[in-house]
Design a protein around this ligand. Structure first.
Ligand code: ARG
Length: 461
């Protein structure tokens, strides 16, 4: 039995049912490269501690190179009896360098500190890739904002027409949360950048191995302060899953709007053929499947986080086998985002907006009523009264089936002595937009500055 890492005290091997239950190679094999990198670093500290001769170290490193090449080419793969990635790789290593040298590599480490380290290494790499995809999406939104910089649209609250805004302002409102998701990944990395190697099974190692040297070789600025925490903590994994779920929610909110915009009723946007699908029965259909899958997959990402937190809740210290259940959810988070983001970015980048329609609808639904109230406030009318007066204008319009700019001087005077023809100056979409000119407002000049700032934040990452 070369394969199992723990045979000595057992009279027989595990039942097949247990072996199948226990098996994790079908998902943790993706950590093989990281595990081999860990083995190299571990071999070096064994040598530094005087536990390997220079020749032995050289032979180990050479064997690990060969093993890595065979893993990469697919000529070495796990078998059922391997239990997990660590076991499989140790078998492969021993097959290559022999049992004498091969049997020395495990000294002073445990699968518990190995897996805790490997999963962090892997997630740190993936976090950088996901952040890159998110920045591409934020850039696509910035490009669309720039291409449609002068297009007004009905801004909504409660999904009702509220006040006119620039489409660019609205699109950028979807870009900022994505940038925060990137920043969340950055912040997360600071906490994830801690190697658990040297923690052993839970108590540390007695062999004089240097955890910080291993950490440095594996790209971690630090190693665990506490070997129990190093092997048992998975908050870092859960936090990654949280950022994934939050990203999914951010995508889903934009997806929902794109789905609405693409309806006949809205007709705000048209999806590119390359990012929409047809119906098997209705020849006319053009469906927003990318957006719908994003909306759907956000539920899955939330499930990954919820499942992981459920696994962790109530686990005593230190390592428990339950912790093996951390991998599938968080790998699913990685895979889902990796699959989704390029399609989502492509959909956003190729969306065509119907600027005319958006502009036409922008002032409808009495969305300029606030502008009347604020015009009155500038004439020293208390806002409570101004609000009532503007509301009365809306009531008159509704009764007569006209819009605010259609009110005659006599209509205005009839509503309030404070109103005169001057108010018509603010009853245009352009005037309304222009007037929201403080930082963060939808005035065209502010939106142009905002776009610049977003672009430089994207470029800074
Ligand atoms: N495969 C395990 C995991 O993913 C690591 C191995 C620890 N196994 C053990 N029996 N201590 O967490």
């Amino acid at each position: 039995e070369v394969t199992r890492l723990w045979g000595g005290r057992f009279a027989g091997g595990p039942s097949e049912a247990l072996a199948r239950l226990s098996l994790s190679t079908h998902f943790d094999w993706r950590l093989a490269r990281h595990d081999i990198a860990g083995s190299r670093a571990h071999a070096r500290v064994l040598h530094t501690a005087g536990l390997l001769t220079g020749d032995e170290l050289a032979a180990m490193l050479e064997g690990l190179d060969r093993l890595e090449a065979d893993v990469a080419s697919g000529s070495f793969t796990p078998v059922l009896a391997d239990e997990d990635v660590h076991t499989a790789l140790e078998r492969g290593f021993i097959e290559r360098v022999g049992p004498e040298l091969g049997g020395r590599l495990r000294a002073g480490r445990s699968r518990n500190d190995q897996i805790a380290t490997m999963v962090r290494m892997y997630l740190r790499e993936q976090a950088r890739a996901v952040a890159g995809e998110l920045l591409d999406l934020a850039s696509a939104l910035a490009d669309q904002a720039e291409a449609n910089i002068a297009v007004p649209m009905p801004g909504r609250t409660h999904l009702q027409h509220a006040q006119p805004v620039l489409l660019a302002h609205h699109l950028l409102a979807h870009a900022w949360p994505l940038l925060r998701d990137v920043e969340r990944l950055r912040d997360w990395d600071g906490r994830a950048a801690v190697s658990a190697y040297g923690s052993g099974a839970l108590a540390g190692s007695s062999l004089g191995l240097d955890p910080e040297a291993v950490a440095a070789e594996l790209g971690f600025p630090d190693s665990a302060e506490n070997s129990i925490d190093g092997t048992a903590a998975r908050d870092v994994v859960a936090e990654f899953a949280f950022v994934g779920a939050m990203t999914g929610v951010d995508l889903s909110r934009l997806a929902e709007e794109i789905i609405l915009w693409a309806t006949k009723e809205f007709s705000f946007a048209v999806l590119d053929d390359a990012f929409s699908t047809g119906s098997s029965i209705m020849p006319q259909k053009k469906n927003p499947d990318v957006a719908e899958l994003a909306r759907g997959k956000s539920g899955r990402l939330i499930g990954d986080l919820a499942g992981l937190l459920g696994t962790l809740k109530g686990l005593p210290l230190a390592y428990n086998r339950d912790l093996q259940e951390d991998k599938e959810p968080v790998f699913d988070t990685v895979d889902t985002l990796t699959l989704l983001l390029p399609a989502f970015t492509g959909m956003v980048a190729t969306l065509r907006f119907n600027g005319e329609r958006m502009a036409e609808l922008a002032p409808q639904g009495f969305s300029l009523a606030t502008d009347i109230a604020e015009w009155l406030v500038r004439k020293r009318v208390p806002f409570r009264e101004a609000h009532e007066i503007a509301g009365a204008c809306v009531r008159v319009c509704e009764e007569r089936g006209i819009d605010l700019p259609d009110l005659t001087d006599a209509d205005l005077a009839g509503v309030s002595p404070h109103l005169d023809s001057g108010v018509r100056g603010v009853l245009t979409v352009a005037g309304s937009l222009e007037s929201r000119s403080a930082k963060g407002g939808t005035a065209p000049a502010r939106v142009a500055e905002q776009l610049e700032r977003l672009r430089s934040r994207i470029a800074g990452h």
